[in-house]
Design a protein around this ligand. Structure first.
Ligand SMILES: [Cu+2]
Length: 246
């Protein structure tokens, strides 16, 4: 019987490690933005609007010069669900090794890791690169009917500054912002764009969320709670039976 007591204590310990070691994560939802493409197909007016807007291609697309590049810039094409540009929001983001110091093991960093914007707002980012190497400020998961590959992207050459604008979607959602150069995200350049009330923190954002990826196919938080309670009850039963025998 004593063996059972030890066994249940070990189980209890393992279950609590599972719960406190892992926090539920909404990462996967960030990539689900594409679904809006499918659900919104009812309003056909949008398509004609887009078609006519597409002819005025002047400020859309790619800009490259010696300071860097801006890809998929968008000043005036409204995302679905937006009737107008809600407001203009501007950020100045500094990229550089000196911003990495707060996070252990990080090499690269940004002056901010969270960018909160209103739905349908026009967001202008001035990206100041203080390092010698290139850096990027890249948003992923945006609606693909407006942003090819769902991406808006500013790249600044070493020591240069680059400014770009895009219009935030109408839904409350978190989007990954990162630098796509090899190992720059892993070494600290991982941030998030929060549109409206957002959809939960993206994992591994410097100074904001845990650097821990939890796959969707693993048992959820509720399951882990149930597990710890059942193990606890089992443990107490064994203890109680031991006492009763003595
Ligand atoms: Cu970088």
């Amino acid at each position: 019987m004593r063996v059972f007591t030890v066994f249940s204590a070990v189980l209890l310990l393992m279950a609590s490690m599972m719960i406190f070691g892992q926090t539920p994560d909404h990462t996967d939802h960030t990539d689900h933005t594409d679904h809006t493409d499918h659900t919104d197909h009812t309003d056909h007016t949008d398509h004609t609007d887009l078609a006519s807007d597409d002819s005025s291609h002047s400020d859309h697309g790619m800009i490259i010069d010696e300071d860097g590049a801006v890809m998929n810039q968008n000043f005036n094409q409204l995302p679905r669900g937006c009737t107008q540009i809600s407001r203009d929001q501007e950020f100045t983001v500094y990229a550089g090794s000196r911003y990495a110091s707060a996070e252990p093991g990080m090499i690269f960093g940004m002056s901010e890791y969270e960018f909160a914007v209103e739905p349908c707002s026009r967001v202008t980012v001035t990206f100041v690169n203080e390092d010698d190497v290139r850096h990027q400020w890249m948003v992923h998961g945006l609606p693909k009917y407006l942003y090819p590959a769902g991406m808006f992207h500013i790249e600044a050459s070493g020591g240069r500054t680059k400014t770009g604008s895009f219009i935030a979607p109408s839904e409350n959602q978190n989007y990954l912002v990162h630098c796509d150069l090899a190992q720059h995200m892993e070494k600290g350049m991982r941030a998030q764009l929060v549109v409206g009330s957002g959809s939960g923190d993206i994992w591994g954002v410097s100074g904001i969320s845990d650097n821990f990826y939890r796959a969707d196919y693993l048992p959820g938080f509720t399951f882990q709670l149930l597990l710890i309670f059942s193990v606890a009850i089992f443990g107490f039963l064994v203890l109680f039976m031991n006492r009763a025998r003595d």
